[in-house]
Design a binder for this molecule. Structure first.
Ligand code: UDX
Length: 436
């Protein structure tokens, strides 16, 4: 099938590449000429494990094309995916201007039946708006479909190729048939394509992400309570997660959720809800708790040193989670601010995200060559992201490099008892506090 993907950001590029992988002819359109040139020359513009190989292969085999020209890019396409940014506006609602601008343009240039697919996370009612804007100028029949993505950064290729489910929101038989054909190869293992009305599809995405954010936040509060009551959140988590109705995943407490989706989607759902004259109280609480959780370790660090002024900290992990260079809403950045504002200095190390951090905060911190260089002259180690490379470090080396054997771990990487045996002052999230 010939398809177009408008927007070559994270979602657009993964979507385009993965559709090409099953033999479709894909043209990706972006207004950023520099990006289009890079991509056309085989230079991938995002970090996502496994994507580069697929991207190179499909580009080489001529199934993946890039252009800045929308008219040319959609001319032969049967399906046009809109994978455009929907940043939060000042009031927290999703800004639809990018999507509606492209929709308006599409209405003027489409000359035969096409299915236009909202892939971006958009509030309920967006498909309707897109349809209205296209219809203003369009002379041919067309359908608008809501088909939200559920890609996790770091495993997006797998999530796309073997999705838990594909949600397709439309009441058009023709669009349904085309979308079913397009997604057929991805659900061979038997996972469902769920057809529904477009509003339910739009809401499903927000509901899923907000539920997951709530699940994490609930565990973060349980972790706080564990510390107060002397319980161990690892035990409580296992005890809870063994119940199928709860499930084991997304129960890991930490220093808050971040990234490009959860914070934005929870905020946007709360806002949509407000607009629908309903105060979604749980979501407001989730946002409040998560904001505070990002700084969960700071009082622990401050209490240990009495005052962090003049102290130097090593910080491992900057990305909001492992296997990505994404630093949007990353707890590490909030911690850097808190520590430096309190008069401390910070050295950082992250396997992928250092260039991004540098472009945002410049020389506010020192960028280390590797995780051990980062420790030199540091009073303590703070861990913000659970990269695998941090999981089994050389503890003796850590001890010899730190001025004091103190580790503040926001991701519960190590066993508390082991760390005590090794002689560390070790504090984590929701587990028995260090006795040393
Ligand atoms: C998420 C959704 O999972 C995906 O379906 C959607 O399309 C986009 O948003 P992503 O933001 O890539 O994906 O990351 P995810 O792996 O879901 O983690 C989100 C955040 O939750 C991270 O900050 C992570 O550290 C945190 N998290 C996750 C926890 O704190 N505890 C957990 O148990 C799981």
């Amino acid at each position: 099938m010939k398809i177009s993907v408008v927007g070559t950001g994270y979602v657009g590029l993964v979507t385009g590449t993965c559709f090409a992988e099953t033999g479709n002819d894909v043209t990706c359109v972006d207004i950023d000429a520099n990006k289009v040139q890079k991509l056309s020359n085989g230079q991938i513009t995002i970090y996502e494990p496994g994507l580069e190989k697929l991207f190179e292969r499909n580009l080489k085999q001529g199934r993946l094309h890039f252009t800045t020209n929308l008219e040319e890019g959609i001319a032969d396409a049967q399906v046009i995916f809109l994978a455009l940014p929907t940043p939060p506006g000042e009031d927290g609602s999703a800004d639809l201007s990018y999507i509606l601008k492209v929709a308006d343009h599409l209405g003027k240039i489409m000359t035969d039946y096409k299915v236009i697919v909202d892939k971006s996370t958009v509030p309920v009612g967006t498909a309707e708006k897109v349809r209205e804007v296209i219809a203003k100028n369009c002379k041919t029949p067309f359908d608008v479909v809501s088909n939200p993505e559920f890609l996790r950064e770091g495993v997006a290729v797998d999530d796309f190729m073997k999705p838990d489910r594909v949600v397709i929101g439309t009441d058009s038989e023709e669009a349904r048939k085309i979308m079913g054909e397009l997604y057929g190869p991805y659900v061979r293992q038997g996972n469902p394509i769920l057809y529904m009305d477009e509003k339910s599809a739009e809401l499903t995405k927000y509901a899923a992400n907000s539920f997951l954010a709530t699940k994490i936040t609930f565990m973060n509060e349980i972790a706080i309570l564990c510390e107060k009551l002397g319980a161990d959140v690892d035990m409580v988590r296992r005890g809870m997660g063994s119940d199928d109705r709860i499930g084991k995943r997304f129960l890991f407490p930490g220093i808050g959720y971040g990234g490009s989706c959860f914070p934005k989607d929870v905020q946007a759902l709360a806002k949509s809800s407000q607009e629908a004259d309903y105060d979604f109280r749980i979501l407001n609480a989730v946002m409040d708790v998560n904001e505070a959780q990002k700084l969960f370790l700071i009082p622990k660090v401050t209490a240990y040193f009495n005052d962090v002024k003049g102290k130097h900290f090593a910080l491992w992990g900057l990305a909001f989670k492992p296997n990505t260079d994404d630093i949007r809403e990353a707890p590490a950045l909030y911690m850097i601010d808190a520590l430096t504002n309190a008069g401390a200095t910070v050295s950082v190390f992250d396997p992928e995200a250092m260039p991004n951090v540098k472009s945002v905060i410049g020389d506010k911190v020192k960028y280390a060559e590797n995780q051990y260089d980062c420790l030199e002259n540091a009073d303590a180690l703070v861990i913000a992201t659970e990269w695998s490379v941090f999981r089994t470090p050389d503890f003796e080396k850590i001890k010899s490099l730190l001025k004091q054997p103190a580790i503040f771990d926001g991701r519960n990487l190590f066993e508390v008892s082991r760390m005590q045996e090794l002689g560390f002052h070790y504090e984590s999230v929701g587990r028995t506090p260090a006795k040393i």
